[in-house]
Design a protein around this ligand. Structure first.
Ligand code: PRX
Length: 490
């Protein structure tokens, strides 16, 4: 079957949705069913909604709804395996790119499973009988590969974590490690940065002697977080591996192997490619950069089993996004530095994708949501560094003349739009209303300038001669100064 051309549609065309009546997280309860009900209204392809009862709250059941708990009673506990072609679709997962709608990344049966199980075994030093604790949300690729497919393929006991690191208190992770005797603990730097602000006793009072490997994923891990994770959580005795990979790569591509005899692990660095991965650094002119102590666009030169096969319904977009930027290479979207001794250190995204607490988001998606407001003709969103979340969105907003009196209300409405269209974490931390955006004569927004303004680093703005009207820059700097002094007074 040709997945890329299937149905000629660019969306999933799902027939069945599975949800819970409510979700429970960090002591709070969320109405999932009503969110699904609203979404399904605009999805004519959906025929059934299976509803699991997570809480005792009863929900009105509509025409499409089926109680999962009721239909499960009487089902056989055995499900005969179905033979599949190795290149059949296994799952599709949406992820963000720098432009347009999220992409439905397609992974297939054999290659993905092989890669998830092999990386699960080697990157985390898994041995049969270990209890594997990946605290990622199951709905993201990390949860797919290292809560579900990798561990289960290897017959591991896999921990399902359904809370936050600080509920009911900041000892939650380590209490879970003690109670379940977890051997491998895999988490995100954003959670570590949050936890290291609390007393060490929240870690120390729990028995962590079962821990064998610690691992980090999703964003660059800074030195302070790496050291705390290694020394306080792991008592300095467990290898801590920084694992670099993506939704598209299916499994870990760059990481040190903890069980490799005599191999060095350096703080805050993904270091070495996994078996079969051939990283390359590419220069601005598309040339392969050889030698060490060099930086460039991180590409992978040869295919590997776990790589995504297509974007569902849009193979051309797949080719354009990943294989066009550098001829003959898979382009990751990230930049990297190769150290003097040939190790890889990820330097961050090279496109308009930002990483908020490990959530990958295209700034264009936030802009699209903001632009839906009738009083907002134009916006530009950039990412700025944040101590705990890694990055947060900063929105520059142009309002219609008639709405300028009403700024506060419009900003509130924009917050609501982003929270409902995307998610709460995507709501910009800053909204700066400006008269116009800095654009080149060909109409392209010069985001570099916006980044410098937001970072208060305007002493050297670089070449602004291609701007349509360079006076816009001082206008925006002034607006930002007023914004800051207003924020300081609050
Ligand atoms: O920018 C890189 C960052 O997260 C991106 C992939 O995001 P996603 O597809 O949501 O998958 C996240 C979990 C695998 C990458 O392009 N990223 C991921 N891991 C690291 C990282 N950046 C630096 N260091 C990492 N270890």
């Amino acid at each position: 079957m040709n997945l890329a051309q299937k149905k000629g549609s660019h969306t999933a065309q799902c027939k069945i949705v599975i949800t819970s009546n409510q979700g429970v997280r960090g002591g709070r309860i969320f109405d999932l069913k009503s969110t699904v009900d609203n979404a399904v209204k605009s999805c004519p392809s959906v025929r059934h909604v299976f509803v699991a009862k997570r809480t005792n709250e009863s929900m009105p059941m509509g025409k499409l709804d089926i109680s999962l708990d009721e239909v499960m009673v009487g089902q056989s506990p055995v499900c005969a395996p179905e033979p599949m072609d190795s290149e059949e679709m296994l799952f599709m997962l949406y992820t963000s790119g720098s432009t347009g709608k999220p992409k439905g990344i397609v992974h297939t049966q054999a290659g993905y499973l092989l890669y998830a199980s092999l990386t699960h075994q080697y990157v985390f030093d898994y041995t049969p009988g270990d209890v594997f604790g990946c605290v990622a949300d199951i709905g993201w690729i990390t949860g797919h590969s290292y809560v579900v497919y990798g561990p289960l393929c290897n017959g591991a006991t896999s921990v399902l974590f359904e809370s936050t690191p600080v509920y009911p208190n900041p000892g939650r992770y380590w209490e879970t490690v003690q109670r379940l005797r977890i051997n491998q603990f895999y988490g995100a730097p954003t959670a570590i940065r949050l936890l290291l602000k609390y007393e060490e006793n929240w870690v120390k009072k729990y028995d962590r002697s079962s821990l064998k490997t610690l691992a980090s994923v999703g964003e660059p891990i800074n030195h302070e977080a790496w050291e705390w994770f290694h020394n306080v959580v792991g008592d300095g005795r467990c290898p801590l591996v920084d694992t670099w990979w993506q939704t598209e790569t299916g499994g870990v591509c760059i990481a040190p192997l903890p069980a490799e005899p005599g191999a060095e692990i350096r703080p805050a660095m993904a270091m070495r490619p996994f078996f079969g991965i051939q990283p390359a650094l590419l220069g601005e002119k598309g040339q392969i950069i050889t030698g060490n102590d060099v930086s460039g666009a991180l590409c992978i030169s040869k295919p590997w089993p776990g790589m995504a096969r297509t974007i569902f319904g849009d193979h051309q977009r797949f080719v354009d996004a990943y294989f066009k930027p550098y001829q003959g290479q898979y382009f990751t979207g990230d930049g990297a530095y190769r150290t003097e001794d040939g190790y890889y250190q990820i330097t961050g995204r090279m496109d308009d994708v930002i990483n908020i607490s490990g959530h990958r988001l295209g700034t264009a998606e936030i802009e699209d949501a903001l632009d839906e407001h009738p009083d907002v003709p134009e916006t530009a969103v950039i990412g700025i560094p944040h101590e705990i979340k890694g990055e947060v969105p900063f929105a520059f907003v142009v309002l219609k003349e008639s709405a300028t009196e009403n700024q506060r209300a419009v900003v509130e409405e924009m917050r609501h739009l982003v929270a409902t269209k995307i998610a709460k974490y995507a709501v910009p931390d800053h909204f700066l209303v400006v008269k116009r955006l800095p654009k080149t004569r060909s109409g392209k927004i010069m985001r570099r300038i916006l980044r410098k303004v937001a970072m208060q680093d305007t002493s050297n703005l670089g070449d602004i001669s291609t701007l349509d009207d360079p006076s816009v820059v001082s206008e925006i700097i002034e607006a930002h100064k007023r914004y800051r002094s207003h924020a300081a007074k609050k």
